[in-house]
Design a protein around this ligand. Sequence first.
Ligand SMILES: Cc1cc2nc3c(=O)[nH]c(=O)nc-3n(C[C@H](O)[C@H](O)[C@H](O)COP(=O)(O)OP(=O)(O)OC[C@H]3O[C@@H](n4cnc5c(N)ncnc54)[C@H](O)[C@@H]3O)c2cc1C
Length: 388
Amino acid sequence: VTGRPSVVSPDVVVVGAGALGAATAWFATRAGLAVEVVERGQILSGTTSACEGNLLVSDKEAGPELDLALFSHRIWREDLGEHGHLWEYENKGGLVVSATQAGARGLAELTGRQRTAGIEVHDVAADHVHDYEPHLTPDLAGAAYYPQDSQVQPMLMAAHLLRMARTQGARVRTGTTVTGFLRDGDRVIGVRTDRGEFPAGQVVNAAGTWAGEVAALARVKVPVLPRRGFIMVTEPLPPTVRHKVYAGEYVASTQSSEEGLQTSTVIEGTRAGTILIGSSRERVGFDRTVSLPALREMARKALALYPSLAGVAVMRSYLGFRPYCPDHLPVIGHDPRAPGLWHAAGHEGAGIGLSVGTAKLLVQAMIGERPDLDLAPFAPERFSRTEA
Ligand SMILES: Cc1cc2nc3c(=O)[nH]c(=O)nc-3n(C[C@H](O)[C@H](O)[C@H](O)COP(=O)(O)OP(=O)(O)OC[C@H]3O[C@@H](n4cnc5c(N)ncnc54)[C@H](O)[C@@H]3O)c2cc1C
């Protein structure tokens, strides 16, 4: 939807109509703020339409990201539970499996730490793994079951949140690229776009993997970088994968800063019957070339877990660019280096799961309430000021 600039300035301009922009728009309108979303492409033209919909607590170690994941888990259920059917919310639980005795010991140590940190997790002995997932390979040394892990369809979630925000009065302008900021001294008082100027009380940078470029327009440094990932989609099958299933090494790969190709198996069934097979991680800039080595490696590892997938056709694959910060933490909150500018970006491979918690906390801070969770670990000013 495009249109002329509003006569009355909104309270908030949100830059980007992905998961983070949509969730922010919804929580801001729900708090009574007048919201305008500005998106350079169509809605969901960034990473939100090129990912999976895992809402995981299981892949996180104790720390601020886990606190945000547990908070978001609550928001998905409590604040948004009545709408869950719109985006295929399923609290299906996650099963992390290990093929070796050493891996199973490592997994048991991880679950011990996670339990202390507040995650609900049950260790599963090798001879009980098939009670959870009958089609898994028999060659497994152990597993852990995480009842809090859930799933959504990310595009439905973001599109519905934007629609819900619009029914509360928000405006969504697509085809509108932010090219700069309106300033009053240091203060950000709106955005410049290729379609004119939009004054606003506050601006939220929810530009995903491009959030660093948007921040630079305000002369502040937010080092969000692309981390490429592929997903394969099988033909529709009778129920084969019941839970979120992934290999224990996935946890290490999410936290690694390796540039080279890393693959670790994450498998989920969808309501349509297709199976999503992920995923890879590589730092190759915004290169969109399809990598056969990455796809081959993912397929090989998926077959090792689910031998019954042999002979199943892969209908398509797609790729996306995770918005990655060097310290693996998102950037959430007000930016004192450019007063009036807020960020909700850099959630790497967890931006769908963390979107709703992030948006709720950001809006709480924006309207002067004390956020339910301390935002200090996510502070934008942890990155140094860019030389102007
Ligand atoms: C392969 C893969 C698998 C993943 N799996 C999961 C998963 O299972 N669970 C999970 O939680 N996360 C997952 N993720 C991560 C998740 O996709 C992202 O963290 C999330 O989508 C980021 O959402 P966003 O709103 O920040 O960014 P985006 O969806 O990229 O939205 C940003 C928007 O900003 C717009 N924009 C940029 N610059 C401008 C500008 N100057 N002016 C106006 N608009 C602008 C863009 O066009 C874009 O639409 C995965 C990612 C990948 C790649």
